[in-house]
Design a protein around this ligand. Structure first.
Ligand code: GLN
Length: 614
């Protein structure tokens, strides 16, 4: 289906669903707009918006999603977070409980022994939390609160002065709560100023779009997904979500958790903020309230959303995704470094001692635990284990520790654990005691390293003598007799270049075939972005390169760059034609050599394809 506002763009089924959800509830007219704060009574009961913001910052909105209203009690969840950052968990717990009270939001209920409010979501607890926020760096409490909420929402919020005035003129019940808190020593100063700050905090103007983004910030470890700013300290996020889950909807909290199953907070302005931890934030706005002071439509919208999109926290969807994507060893897949026949054979025979595991998704305890089991099961049969994190989206603290412990456990058994594609985790891994030598930019580099070590283990320290070879050692010329070799030796031009020089450039005509006699060269794809392209092959003395273009005549597809001083001999098209005319038998031998090389390459590609199919 095409929408007229977005010509040519297919409507998202999610937008279609939200529109349908909005239409379904727009006709519901239960509840009453709050009027105990006189200014709130002016709210238009028909305003109705729904918004969902994802953890990666995509926002879906429908209806009056940008209509402003005052945040009211929803601010309580956030100012509790700010007070926690200022004062720490223990101190806050000594002043304000985290027990659901089952009381109305404005109840004057304090714990009988200590006088501490039951939780920070009822007014008593919220006023107490507001009084714990520090006025630091020349900034008043309200300035800090406004700044904090603004960075959660990702835009500069302001205060609705009329609503603030109106509540300040009439909020005597809250003032009474303030004096009770002072009486019990829950706040350490006269409540008068704290109450004004609290009224201002409640009068901060938001839209339900803002609420959804604040929710997505809570879902994203406190980092605003749009601005990327760390708005809330990550260590406070679970505390905030916990009190939202147990007390956010006042005396409806139990039934809310039962029906909707998401940490949430409502306000008498008509807003509801709900969070699916780690995934998304929801904002709903509709001013008419039910008996408990929660948005009547908002409750129903959230109940439907949760059921229809299966968002309930305790619904069975939490099973971890399989983390092991692919699993193979170095006898099936080899690094891009070309090896001599002897080395290739050695690796084919012993490559199973190098194992690679490609992981994917989110690594947390329950998704990484099977990897630990797999690694331990493989340990007796291998020497090197490479964890490939290329497709891993995130690694939590616990998994980082498990990786480090697994590595030292394996080391005791003589197995080396290496990690590739871990550059973004390098610091964290180092803090766990994993040194930089264990980390590789990509799987090819890790694999080459392990192959080299394995070849050294098996063949001794002199394994890598990449000495200069003579023509008779060139793989391509195997099978030619002395006379052929002498003829070619006299006819083939010699090429010598220094390290860093190009022997071939992508796009060049392919009129030459090279026999490498001294030094190493690498084949590198030209980079689309102008940087250094991906290395796809490394050749050593005795090997030949440039054969593909030479045979099929297409332009060069990659650069070939000398890694050291290089000496090579060249067969160009003119020489090849001469050879065909003068020495047909020699030409056949040469072509046989080329065919051998091509089929060896194809075999290798087939083996890799088979391994990658899992
Ligand atoms: N400012 C309001 C009050 O204290 C907030 C209450 C609410 O949103 N539930 O009464």
């Amino acid at each position: 289906m095409l929408t007229s506002s977005n010509p040519g763009i297919t409507a998202s089924p999610i937008e279609t669903y939200l529109k349908e959800l909005h239409a379904r509830h727009a006709s519901l007219h239960t509840g009453r707009v709050a009027d105990y704060i006189p200014e709130l009574a002016k709210a238009d009961p028909n305003l109705f918006g729904i918004c969902i913001a994802t953890r990666d910052g995509h926002v879906y909105e429908v209806g009056d999603s940008r209509a402003p209203f005052t945040i009211q009690s929803i601010s309580k969840a956030l100012t509790y977070g700010l007070a926690l950052e200022d004062r720490g968990e223990e101190f806050m717990l000594s002043r304000i409980g985290v027990e659901p009270s089952g009381d109305a939001f404005n109840a004057i209920s304090l714990k009988p022994d200590s006088g501490a409010p039951f939780n920070p979501m009822i007014n008593a607890g919220a006023i107490a939390a507001c009084g714990q926020i520090l006025a630091t760096g020349n900034r008043s409490r309200i300035a800090r609160i406004l700044e904090y909420l603004s960075s959660c929402a990702g835009r500069a919020l302001d205060i609705d002065a009329a609503v603030y005035r109106s509540e300040s003129d009439t909020g005597h019940r809250n003032r009474a709560i303030g004096w009770m808190l002072r009486n019990f020593g829950i706040i350490d100063e006269e409540p008068t100023a704290i109450l004004e700050t609290y009224f201002q905090q409640c009068a901060i103007r938001v839209s339900c779009r803002d609420l959804a983004i604040i929710g997505a910030t809570l879902a994203n470890d406190g980092r605003n997904p749009l601005t990327r700013e760390q708005a809330i300290a990550p260590e406070c996020v679970d505390n905030v979500l916990s009190v939202m889950a147990s007390s956010g909807m006042y005396d409806f909290s139990g039934e809310w958790l039962y029906r909707v199953g998401l940490p949430a907070k409502s306000g008498v302005g008509g807003g509801i903020l709900a969070v699916l931890p780690g995934q998304l934030g929801i904002g709903v706005f509709s001013p008419p309230l039910d008996q408990q002071g929660n948005s009547a439509r908002g409750i129903r919208v959230c109940a439907d959303l949760s059921r229809e999109l299966s968002l309930h926290l305790f619904a069975g969807g939490a099973a971890p995704q399989p983390t092991v994507r692919l699993w193979y060893d170095a006898s099936q897949v080899s690094s891009r470094r070309r090896r001599s026949n002897h080395h290739q054979q050695t690796l084919r025979g012993s490559g199973h001692r190098i194992r690679l595991v490609e992981l994917q998704g989110e690594l947390v305890f329950s998704s990484f635990e099977p990897v630990v089991r797999l690694a331990l099961k493989q340990a007796p049969y291998c020497q090197y284990l490479i964890l490939n994190l290329r497709n891993v989206a995130s690694v939590d603290r616990v998994t980082l520790r498990l990786i480090a412990q697994l590595r030292s456990g394996l080391a005791e058994q003589g197995v080396v654990l290496l990690i590739c594609y871990a550059s973004r985790l390098a610091d964290k891994l180092r803090r766990q005691g994993i040194d930089a030598a264990a980390l590789f930019a990509d799987d090819d580099a890790a694999l080459e390293h392990c192959e080299d070590r394995l070849l050294r283990d098996l063949l001794g320290p002199g394994w890598d003598d990449a000495q200069e070879v003579g023509l008779r050692d060139a793989v391509l010329l195997a099978g030619l007799d002395a006379d052929d070799l002498a003829w070619l030796d006299a006819a083939m031009p010699a090429v010598e270049v220094a390290a860093g020089d190009f022997l071939i450039r992508a796009g060049d005509d392919s009129d030459r075939l090279y026999l490498l006699l001294k030094g190493s060269v690498m084949v590198r794809l030209p980079s689309a972005t102008g940087g250094t392209g991906k290395r796809i092959n490394v050749f050593h003395p005795g090997m030949c390169f440039g054969e593909m273009g030479f045979l099929d005549g297409s332009a060069r597809s990659a650069d070939v760059v000398a890694m050291t001083a290089v000496a090579a001999r060249v067969i160009d098209r003119g020489l090849f034609d001469r050879l065909k005319g003068e020495r047909p038998r020699t030409t056949i031998r040469l072509l046989e050599g080329l065919s051998r090389q091509l089929s060896a390459n194809l075999r290798r590609s087939n083996a890799e394809a088979a391994a990658f199919k899992g």
